[in-house]
Design a binder for this molecule. Sequence first.
Ligand SMILES: *[C@@H]1O[C@H](CO)[C@@H](O)[C@H](O)[C@H]1NC(C)=O
Ligand SMILES: *[C@@H]1O[C@H](CO)[C@@H](O)[C@H](O)[C@H]1NC(C)=O
Ligand SMILES: *[C@@H]1O[C@H](CO)[C@@H](O)[C@H](O)[C@H]1NC(C)=O
Ligand SMILES: *[C@@H]1O[C@H](CO)[C@@H](O)[C@H](O)[C@H]1NC(C)=O
Length: 461
Amino acid sequence: MELGGSLKAQKSLCVVLAFLGSNLVTLYLGLSWHSPLEAANLTLTDSNNIPHAMLGGDGSATLNTQVSFMVTLLNLTQAELHLTRLELSQLKQDLLASQELSKTLLAPGGYHFNTSFQENASGKAPDSAAQRFAHSARAESRELDEYTRMQTLPLGWSTGMAASEIVSPIGHACGNEANQKDLIRYMKYDPRGICPDDQGLAHTLTVHGCEPLPRRRCFARSPPHFNEPLPLPQSLWSIPSDDNILWTPYTCKSFACLNERKKKKVFEDCIDCFELQGREKQRWTKHTSDLDFSIDEVLLLKPGSIRIGLDIGGGTGTFAVRMREKNVTIVTTSLNLNGPFNNFIALRGVVPLFVTIAQRLPFFDNTLDIVHSMHVLSNWIPTNTLEFLLFDIDRVLRPGGLLWLDHFFCIQHQLDVTYMPLIEKLGYQKLRWGVGPKLDRGPDLQEVYLSAVLEKPLSRG
Ligand SMILES: *[C@@H]1O[C@H](CO)[C@@H](O)[C@H](O)[C@H]1NC(C)=O
Ligand SMILES: *[C@@H]1O[C@H](CO)[C@@H](O)[C@H](O)[C@H]1NC(C)=O
Ligand SMILES: *[C@@H]1O[C@H](CO)[C@@H](O)[C@H](O)[C@H]1NC(C)=O
Ligand SMILES: *[C@@H]1O[C@H](CO)[C@@H](O)[C@H](O)[C@H]1NC(C)=O
């Protein structure tokens, strides 16, 4: 594929440049000594090795022949250097071509090639590397181009949008070296037909930062024997039918299999979350420790005014279900990490949202009454990412809104040095605050849990 070719070329160029930088002299000598001289079996320092034709009749080299021999050598060297320059310039063109993709993917206008070289009415193959590249990328993912191409508004200038075009978004990391191949594969489909069975590919791209994914105009596959979901409130605590899930991307092919996982010694996220009658049924119903608050007590902190909110990384949606039973509407973000989490949440009758923790929250400023997160906001998240996330949570919380950090885990030292200062920077009032040891991986690690309910200041700015 042209893409891979360009990247390879880019790498080879780097190697060549590094080689040039550190070994310029060697390169020069290498070039002058190589093919022409070796073929003639010569070394410059040893006049005995000068070919017979170059020597005087008596076998001694005259000054003249030696000088002309040197000139020939220099001419050969020049020729070789010229050739090398040509190769370098070819590599440079390939590099530019690969930069072209990054640029077009990252440009504000999106993935949009200059039409004067993408369509050549004559149909003749394009000649520069950049043109070849643009041609093949476009051919390989015409749908990507169609999707991201800036579109002119048919009714002209829109005052509301302050624009006369519309641009469809795509995550900037979609153009990463690591994602390009997957992205082009993802965008290879039969337009207006049935999409490939590639939920796994979409998931991989998303968690690798290609978020949002481009839209596609094909029909997403659905399970072949989908049943109407159960009515509320039965749906809240019922495991749905296996028929309602498209199982292709997952190791398990049934809910029974998902629920068996906890008996095996395998590590999976949320290993017992699909088992609704077990631990899930107990969660947030009672205040059992300094770390475990009940939904009732938290709602009583603000009687009646907690109505809508967000649960970040909410597993199978049990927090939203419990809140729904209190007439509070919670949207649950979840990924489908080797299990149909989003489908399960939806079949229970609450709203799933398929976004990673890296994505800007799709809510407007000062809107939500509560944001909750259990286990997910923790020290596995790079501190920089976490800080942006906390500020984003602050943004979407309304004044006086609640941030419920539920079992945030880290090492005691990190809590003191990194996370406490980070949380305190938000300037929230601590309505509940508990720290306790986290022992599941042994006491030596000095891991702790923090559970807190924090209230956003009523005014700011
Ligand atoms: C070296 O090259 C130049 C031009 O490329 C040519 O005119 C000249 O005759 C060459 N000299 C020898 C010794 O080959
Ligand atoms: C498109 O490419 C052509 C030829 O390379 C160039 O002359 C022209 O300015 C480019 N147009 C835009 C909008 O970049
Ligand atoms: C299109 O093809 C013609 C004819 O082969 C060629 O002369 C021209 O340079 C091409 N134009 C572009 C933009 O590649
Ligand atoms: C939820 O709302 C319904 C309908 O308005 C009401 O009957 C019920 O008592 C409410 N439940 C709670 C826990 O407030």
